[in-house]
Design a binder for this molecule. Structure first.
Ligand SMILES: Cc1cc2nc3c(=O)[nH]c(=O)nc-3n(C[C@H](O)[C@H](O)[C@H](O)COP(=O)(O)OP(=O)(O)OC[C@H]3O[C@@H](n4cnc5c(N)ncnc54)[C@H](O)[C@@H]3O)c2cc1C
Length: 88
């Protein structure tokens, strides 16, 4: 394997292992809420790893979280976030 290829491969492995950003697997590997707590935006890993965009996700996840709390259905937050981020 050429040095550049090896470097790219190591970088890709690093990102896949350590980044919790917007990929379909993200929602399967991170928890954004639990009993008495919830995370939004960067703290929830909601940042695009390529573009660095996070403002929209921060605001939208906060909105979804607030809606779920106001509806007294906190469990809806994670569900709606997943549906919206990765529509089937
Ligand atoms: C240099 C740079 C450029 C960027 N450019 C873009 C862009 O062009 N477009 C885009 O969409 N995104 C951009 N982003 C990403 C975007 O800024 C973030 O995704 C977004 O701000 C996340 O919002 P947030 O509310 O989750 O976190 P933050 O904006 O980081 O807010 C968290 C807040 O919590 C505070 N805080 C931390 N710990 C504590 C504590 N213990 N007690 C009280 N307060 C605490 C922090 O001081 C901070 O004010 C950029 C990021 C960087 C670093």
């Amino acid at each position: 394997m050429a040095p550049a290829e090896r470097l790219f491969s190591r970088w890709r492995d690093f990102l896949l292992t350590h980044s919790s950003s917007l990929r379909a697997q993200t929602m399967a590997t991170i928890e954004v809420s639990g009993d008495g707590w919830a995370m939004v935006g960067d703290s929830a890993g909601l940042v695009d790893p390529i573009t660095g965009e996070g403002l929209y996700y921060a605001l939208r996840s906060a909105e979804l979280c607030a809606e779920a709390l106001l509806a007294h259905r906190p469990e809806d937050y994670e569900l709606r976030l997943e549906e919206e981020s990765f529509p089937s």
